[in-house]
Design a protein around this ligand. Sequence first.
Ligand SMILES: *[C@@H]1O[C@H](CO)[C@@H](O)[C@H](O)[C@H]1NC(C)=O
Ligand SMILES: *[C@@H]1O[C@H](CO)[C@@H](O)[C@H](O)[C@H]1NC(C)=O
Ligand SMILES: *[C@@H]1O[C@H](CO)[C@@H](O)[C@H](O)[C@H]1NC(C)=O
Ligand SMILES: *[C@@H]1O[C@H](CO)[C@@H](O)[C@H](O)[C@H]1NC(C)=O
Length: 813
Amino acid sequence: MGMGMARAPPPSLPLHHYLLLLLLHLLLLLPIFSLAQKRTYIIRVDRESKPSVFPTHLHWYSSTLSSVVQLTQQNLLLQSASFSSSPIIHTYESIFHGFSARMFPKTAEALEMVPGVVSVIPEQIRELHTTRSPGFLGLKSSDTSRLLAVSDFGSDLVIGVLDTGIYPERRSFSDAGLGPVPDKWKGECVSGNRFDPAVACNRKLIGAKFFCAGYEVSSGKMNETAEVRSPRDTDGHGTHIASIAAGRYVYPASTLGYARGVASGMAPKARLSAYKVCWAAGCFDSDILAAFDAALADGVDVISLSVGGVVVPYYLDAIAIGAFAASEAGIFVSASAGNGGPGGLTVTNVAPWVTTVGAGSMDRDFPANVKLGNGVIVPGVSVYGGPMFPVGKFFKLVYAGVEGGGDGYSSSLCLEGSLDPNVVKNTIVLCDRGINSRELKGEVVKKAGGIGMILANGVFDGEGLVADCHVLPATSVGASAGDIIRRYIESASSSSTRSPSPSDKEATATIVFHGTRLGVQPAPVVASFSSRGPNPQSPEILKPDVIAPGLNILAAWPNTIGPAGIASDTRRTEFNILSGTSMACPHVSGLAALLRASHPGWSPAAIRSALMTTAYTEDNRNTTMLDETTGNVSAGVMDFGAGHVNPPKAIHPGLIYDITTTDYINFLCNLNYTQKNIRAITRRTTDCSGARRAGHVGNLNYPSFSAVFTQDGDHDQSTHFIRTVTNVGGPEVVYKAEVVSPEGTSVEVEPKWLPFRRFGQKLNFLVRVKVVKNSGNRLEAGASSVKSGTLTWSDGKHIVRSPIVVTMQAPFS
Ligand SMILES: *[C@@H]1O[C@H](CO)[C@@H](O)[C@H](O)[C@H]1NC(C)=O
Ligand SMILES: *[C@@H]1O[C@H](CO)[C@@H](O)[C@H](O)[C@H]1NC(C)=O
Ligand SMILES: *[C@@H]1O[C@H](CO)[C@@H](O)[C@H](O)[C@H]1NC(C)=O
Ligand SMILES: *[C@@H]1O[C@H](CO)[C@@H](O)[C@H](O)[C@H]1NC(C)=O
């Protein structure tokens, strides 16, 4: 299409021919051979630049691009093939104007210089944020906001879940008692393999679409035995996520008898729309953007995204760009922080217009302790649900890494084929975490004839434990417990070589499953795997924003996959228990829908502000939340951001830190991004001079304060933050500031009183942070130090709390 015109130009050359001529010149300069591989790019264009000869943007894109591709292929003598009729993978209209296409890097470079092309972004492939190693997922059950759920609250709201699709035949997605589909809804359920919209969709699941063109153009045609070309979820992750955000009340609910009780999502009356963007090889940016585009046009209120990838500048980050357009349209976007913890600088999805969610535990766990032959009891957790070991009977215990023979490393990890059945048969096997998924290790042990498994954390995993539905009796233990067990096995085997009757001295153990334990203290703790700050893109914006439950979460699960998520697992459960920031994110998505329902006028930033300023940082023993990594050290703002979300309080925050699109643009100016880079995100030409004069990156009206200094001897260091708060509490209220300065700094707030005369009024204040010299705040060479404090506004009724974090970077040497 459009090609005819390219070959027979009309007398007055339209713009695109100049573009093509320009390209031709550029491409002729390219080296004859290029070893670079084709990849997918996302091309954003200036809508106004479309030459009028093209009836639609698609005609324009196709024409320009196929000509460019032809030229590229002729000149580079590279293989043609992969394009059939059109090289365009997706076109985008709602989030921005543009398209995605597969091409050589040189073509992309050339395209970038064409007038009318705003940006050319290489595609990233994202993964699901569950703790299942090669990328499968989890869920949760929610016990909050029962109050809100009894009314018809939130039933006009639609949550869009971008994930692995949906398994609709679950009670969690029943539409019993729900009113008609909201009038504003423009979305639909598409039909596809094993997905009949007339049966699958109802007044609860009101939308279902799938996007696989980007996946298939990169990975080849999908294997339709293993995957389904439709919105149907064959993985489980998307089903789990959707039911965490908005699953109905289901009673009784449990996984293999664990976590028995009522299951419900955060916003049980909200509607769901599933956008399947994740496939066997991952979640491709071009497909994710197509889903953003559709969700915007369909009319969702909240987008929930439990996937992530490498952190890149915002103008190169397709998720950040899609989320910007969504937030501008008033859509709240929540995203998982990632499971890269407990190391620092690991947080992902960090754009300030996205709400970034880390994971914490709940006051419920599933103890399954190891009892060693020497009487020592080592704590573990498990949701294994099959037959238990006979009480009081001990079994031979082997450490795969020592006794498995052959390659000690791969056998200690219980990789496929690494265990010697002669050694493992009828024993409990100690395996180390890493490489293959935790559930697969269970299968490896079972196949080799083992009757039980103890899965030990490595040093990196620390003491963080996740309970899994293993295919044999198995439990997970922390790193120090792993050491205790290994030492025991070692001492037993060395004494047995000396002993005349080795069988008396061999290492033995059993696992005692205690089911579900409630009222656990302390809780919440920050999950060991939850990704941590500082924000690698803009340390002046504290990320993650908040944490929410993400450890051992019960939620809906397909009937076509066992709870272990592996093919050999033939068990079927309506619910599954999973862990990950993937599971934390939809809690916040559901909560955002409830907040939007109670405050229809609130912007996405206002909703986040309410969540952040009411979050708590203390656990159920009234001490600062702990970090699960050690189990005995307090977590901090880089771990939990503003804290753990507190739904009942978030409904009545008192004050709001709101942010407009203009504020975000000023933020981008203050990051010193070029005009072109800013335009790639905002779709606007921007004059940054005013914004740059007005301040700095940290002046974005964010509900947290992050000051970044470099340690450099003598001169005074200070910075200030300007903020505006909006009164959403009573008509006439006076707020007073209370500050806890971070260690080694003094923090002043001006003014200290904010007298509001009316509802909706905005007032400004300034926060000045000064480093106090000689405060004993010494740094070790090469180390950065992070100290935190708080600013709290209170009118006696509402408590509006913000973290203040000061990072003292070691000087660059
Ligand atoms: C497709 O998937 C099925 C089931 O997982 C597998 O048995 C088969 O070998 C796969 N086919 C190809 C061509 O990879
Ligand atoms: C924590 O503090 C609250 C309020 O001060 C109190 O009601 C509660 O009993 C305390 N809990 C514990 C475990 O000390
Ligand atoms: C925390 O526990 C570990 C062992 O589990 C111990 O080595 C460490 O000293 C403890 N730290 C604190 C601060 O108590
Ligand atoms: C932007 O440039 C100004 C002036 O050169 C500089 O002071 C400021 O630190 C820069 N900001 C960032 C975020 O790089």
